[in-house]
Design a protein around this ligand. Structure first.
Ligand code: ATP
Ligand code: MG
Length: 584
């Protein structure tokens, strides 16, 4: 079994539905439509099933959304279906075109498309405002809804609690004609915000609070980013969502577990509207799965928004953010995120995942396809005392050890090099095989050196390493293997190194479940989540294109920043370290 088709309960459900023929014979007019419209141009739905990804355009997508995107688009891909891209834009107050554009761009970047040669399934719930309204008038006429004029706090009080049943509103029994006239006046803008709402008439004593005459419409004199001021009444999410699913012929409406208690209302509403001839059968089925939570970060839109607006991060695409634009900037690839989503699976059990799982998916993706290069991110001076001054020796290394066809990169060894501070100790210590006085190591692709001394400053920090080299120890030349060394370190030559800005990251929060902390969550921010260093790169990186991924030998996977990187001012982000700590 490959990760691509890992089984889970929703796949099993889809397979059962397909095997039982429950999805066959559905009608699809070729566009979202109600029962009447699709009866006027009857055609079998060419899609075996339909799913949808329905974000509200009130923020940027994050890694949790990726789970939903991969699930919905993945099912459509694997079972001959279609996945619709739908904006759940029924709340005018928090939504914005900026978010719409960013969401579309991100879904495409992740590798999915709502458009193919036959269909273009990009929809907006706001396109269905007339249909929602027509359904509401029908519900009123059929006795399933009424306009309630109780003040909001009284409405809330009468809703009851988990242990106490609700109380009927005095408006519950009003005649349909009266509710209809009021509802039309609401639409016409005759009543102020908060003065009345449209409610379903279901059961004020239901143990499920969502069935205690939930609100369907409220008055909002707000400008909507697509419908401007055409409407002053807006449908509630719980009302708009099931109808949108039905109009779009969605077969499997997949959502996170918080909506489990809303399912009875979802079904109630669609049944009433199918009875009334508004919606065609079979009706969409809602199925819930556990939302993804990542340790050491937060994904609530409110919290992400606060991190951005309080400038604790540099923006929505700050590489420390769990947003998909942030992960992209950090260097996570679409393939790694898809792989991650397959790996974590889909179930109803609460899901907390360690970010190392994402790093593992990135390494598995890039190991075979990222070119190699050398960089020194914490440089220390190495002086080869017996190296002839001004001499240079060309050395070569493969762009990728498993891809000889990619060719080789060239660098020059010289008298003065940069090596990694972490590779140096001022004295021998147990288990340490790299640079210390008297020890020999190999400079990768070049010569074996023996450390002759380490110069320290007053604080005891290494300022310079001195060494001598063995001219007959050059890698790949006959006799070089006479030199047996345990350490093999990377380096760059001072006379040809390219200076670069490199950003190194640690987790954004110090507490694994910072998501669950409420009042004091900002105190859990990691003050060391970002370290920016001046690094030295090998000369072949002068041609690195913005957005290109590399494995910097022994240091991890890095990406040339997709926005700030230029040939003159190279900027790299460390996406993640290598599996193992740098070789001993
Ligand atoms: P908010 O933080 O505003 O509640 P939301 O999670 O409801 O955001 P939406 O834009 O409504 O965000 O989400 C779009 C889709 O993505 C929904 O179907 C939702 O269930 C799914 N989704 C959101 N967060 C997660 C998550 N952490 N794990 C899995 N799916 C998610
Ligand atoms: Mg939501």
């Amino acid at each position: 079994m490959t990760a691509q088709n890992a089984p889970h309960f929703i796949r099993a459900l889809v397979e059962q539905d397909l095997a039982a023929g429950r999805l066959a014979g559905r009608q699809w007019a070729g566009f979202p439509s109600d029962a009447r419209q699709s009866a006027s141009c009857p055609r079998d739905d060419p899609a075996a099933l339909r799913t949808r990804f329905p974000p509200e355009p009130n923020g940027y997508l994050h890694i949790g959304h990726a789970k939903s995107i991969c699930l919905n688009f993945g099912l459509a891909r694997d079972y001959g279906g279609r996945c619709h891209m739908r904006f759940d834009d029924t709340n005018p107050v928090k939504e914005d075109q900026e978010y719409v554009d960013a969401i579309l761009d991100t879904v495409r970047w992740l590798g999915y498309d709502w458009k193919d040669t036959q269909e273009d399934n990009l929809y907006h719930a706001s396109d269905y405002f007339e249909a929602f309204y027509a359904c509401a008038e029908y519900l009123i006429e059929a006795g399933h809804a009424y306009v309630d004029e109780l003040p909001p706090q009284e409405l809330r009080r009468r809703r009851g609690t988990l242990t106490q049943p609700g109380e009927d509103s005095p408006y519950r029994a009003r005649p349909a004609g009266e509710s209809l006239a009021r509802f039309r006046a609401m639409r016409a803008g005759a009543h102020p915000e908060g003065s009345m709402v449209l409610r379903a008439r279901i059961d004020m004593a239901s143990p499920n609070l969502n069935l205690r005459d939930p609100t369907l419409y409220r008055i909002r004199f707000a400008e909507h980013h697509r419908t401007a001021n055409r409407w002053c009444i807006y449908p509630m999410y719980d009302y708009a969502h099931p109808i949108s699913d039905a109009l779009e012929n969605i077969t499997h409406s997949l959502c996170t577990l918080e909506f489990e208690d809303h399912r009875p209302f979802y079904d109630w509403l669609l049944e009433r509207l199918a009875e009334g001839g508004f919606l065609r059968r079979p009706l969409p089925q809602q199925t819930e799965f556990a939302r993804l939570n990542l340790y050491y970060t937060v994904t609530s839109k409110r919290k992400l928004q606060e991190l951005v607006s309080s400038a604790r991060v540099r923006g929505w695409d700050d590489p420390r953010m769990p947003t998909l634009v942030g992960l992209r900037r950090r260097g996570y690839t679409p393939e790694s995120i898809q792989r991650f989503c397959e790996r974590i699976g889909v179930s109803k059990a609460a899901q907390w995942v360690d970010p190392s799982v994402l790093d593992g998916a990135l390494r598995d993706d890039l190991e075979s396809r990222a070119p190699r290069a050398c960089a020194v991110i914490d440089p220390v001076d190495l002086l080869i005392e017996n190296w002839p001054e001004g001499a240079r020796e060309a050395c070569e290394a493969p762009w990728h050890p498993q891809h000889p066809e990619w060719g080789r990169r060239r660098m020059h060894c010289s008298q003065k090099l940069w090596i990694e501070r972490d590779d140096v100790r001022s004295a021998a210590s147990k288990g340490f095989f790299r640079v210390f006085p008297g020890n020999r190591v190999r400079l990768r692709y070049a010569f074996v050196i023996e450390c002759t001394g380490v110069d320290l400053d007053e604080a005891g920090a290494v300022v310079r390493v001195r060494a001598r080299y063995f001219h007959d120890s050059r890698s790949g030349t006959p006799g070089a293997d006479v030199y047996k060394v345990k350490g093999n370190i990377h380096w760059v030559s001072q006379d040809e190194a390219i200076g670069a800005t490199v950003h190194l990251y640690d987790s954004l929060f110090t507490h694994p479940q910072s998501e669950s902390a409420e009042a004091d969550w900002l105190t859990l921010l990691n003050p060391r989540s970002l370290a920016t260093v001046c690094a030295w790169l090998e000369p072949s990186l002068c041609t690195a294109a913005a957005g290109a991924h590399f494995q910097f030998e022994r240091l991890g996977y890095f990406v040339a920043d997709r926005i700030d990187h230029t040939a003159e001012n190279p900027v790299f982000q460390r996406t993640c370290t290598l599996r193992q700590a740098a070789g001993a």
